[in-house]
Design a protein around this ligand. Structure first.
Ligand SMILES: [Ca+2]
Length: 117
């Protein structure tokens, strides 16, 4: 009985996770489509630059656009496809999570060493 309840909870959790992933995917798709000015299914550095300029009232310099582009152009082909765009988002999420747990660990160790004093 308990086991069944656990299975139901897990399914609900997975469903929730799937829905969350789907929500993120839809957002990423919409964002990609906004950056892809020519609507040909790929984003170029020029398009990203234009997008950033439009959305920051010209406060973004070219260097930042290039840096972002290099980061999302995973295979370095000079164009970013939706798949790369999505992948780079999830890679970034993972890096952020790893950094956060590193910081947490450092804080924990710091606290511990202070308690020992
Ligand atoms: Ca394009």
């Amino acid at each position: 009985m308990l086991k069944e309840q656990h299975a139901v909870d897990m399914t609900a959790k997975n469903l929730q996770k799937e829905r969350e992933d789907e929500r993120i995917m839809n957002q990423l798709r919409a964002e990609f489509s906004r950056i892809d000015i020519s609507q040909d299914g790929s984003v170029t550095l020029d398009e990203l630059r234009q997008f950033l300029l439009q959305n920051t009232e010209g406060r973004v310099d070219t260097g930042i656009a290039e840096a972002i582009f290099q980061e999302i152009d995973i295979d370095g082909s000079g164009v970013v496809l939706l798949q790369e765009f999505v992948e780079s988002y999830f890679i970034k999420q993972k890096i952020v999570k790893e950094r956060l747990s590193e910081v947490e660990e450092t804080l924990r160790n710091h606290k511990k060493s202070r308690e020992q004093l």
